[in-house]
Design a protein around this ligand. Structure first.
Ligand code: SAM
Length: 286
């Protein structure tokens, strides 16, 4: 694994700050990461849980600060991430449970929290190719929906999540929690509606937009001929005409019953796994 536990303990002696006071300035800065403005200013965000921190480090994300509960001291995996953090120039804090609860705003906080640099991908870095699927979200508002969609994009093998227009922040605590770690695995892009349309024109990706008034059943589309972008509308107002007009397909998911629409994250999952089904046919059975 990352390092030998006993050596790890010795190597980081003197590099760990013990903090028990809620008024400690570092703790205050970390707590401020619950505000979008502070996350943007610092370019960082918080992820909770040892597994997430280990995954993020393995995927090459830059850790700024590792915070762990006193009770986790000496646990081999915690020692190993602490050593890695120090080696990368990050800060390690050993804190009381009271401090952890206050940082994470939870009564039963995770034992480990990591503060990481945010990472955004540019549209031009996506390099669409046949066999790749992306999801684009128009003005997604709900952090839980966005987190669930990032997790679903990861699980369905999608190559990126494109946030179009003013969207909720993928690096908020609530969204990161809902991604269950997938925030570290899926490229995230943010663009204006205009830049999205220009990229669509330039790259020739197939934009399959979902709309309650879509003329086409989503199961009749072939998702394997071109790189596909599944475009999803806002939770309240759906897809605006300006985006719907430029889509290559406007599809609907046929429904029964009294509900007038599906939840955004559920509709996205239906679309992404349909696209995946087509792509798996190309590759043969899993
Ligand atoms: N009141 C909104 C409307 O009129 O479009 C409902 C929006 S729905 C909660 C959020 C998004 O999920 C929609 O914009 C669409 O992208 C997708 N969606 C939900 N149910 C759908 C369905 N049955 N067919 C196609 N798209 C659907």
């Amino acid at each position: 694994m990352i390092d030998d536990h006993r050596n790890a303990g010795q190597r980081r002696v003197g590099q760990v700050k013990e903090v028990t006071s809620l008024s400690n300035p570092i703790v205050k800065d970390i707590k401020a990461l619950t505000n979008k403005k502070d996350r943007e200013q610092s370019g960082t965000f918080m992820a909770e849980g040892l597994k997430l921190v280990i995954d993020a480090l393995e995927l090459g994300w830059t850790i700024r600060t590792l915070v762990y509960a006193k009770a986790a001291k000496g646990k081999p995996l915690v020692e190993q991430v602490a050593v890695k953090t120090v080696a990368k120039g990050g800060l390690v804090l050993e804190v009381s449970e009271k401090v952890l609860s206050s940082i994470t705003r939870r009564d039963n906080p995770q034992m480990v929290v990591g503060i990481f640099d945010q990472r955004w991908t540019g549209l031009d870095a996506l390099s669409p190719a046949v066999g790749k699927t992306y999801v684009a979200l128009d003005r997604v508002r709900d952090p839980g929906n966005l987190g669930t969609i990032i997790r679903t994009a990861d699980a369905s093998g999608a190559s990126g999540v494109i946030l179009v227009g003013e969207c909720t922040d993928p690096f908020s605590l609530e969204t990161v929690r809902a991604t269950m770690g997938s925030v570290f695995a899926v490229p995230l892009v943010r663009v204006s509606a205009e830049d999205f349309r220009n990229w669509h024109k330039k790259t020739g990706v197939e934009v399959v937009a979902t709309h309650l008034a879509g003329a086409v059943d989503y199961r009749t589309v072939d998702y394997s001929k071109k790189p596909v972008v599944v475009l999803m509308g806002n939770e309240q107002s759906g897809l605006p005409d300006i985006l719907a007009k430029y889509a290559d397909r406007l599809v609907r998911i046929p429904q029964q019953g009294r509900a007038d629409s599906l939840n955004l994250a559920v509709a996205t999952a239906v679309m992404l796994f349909e696209a995946r089904r087509h792509l798996l046919k190309l590759d043969g059975p899993e």
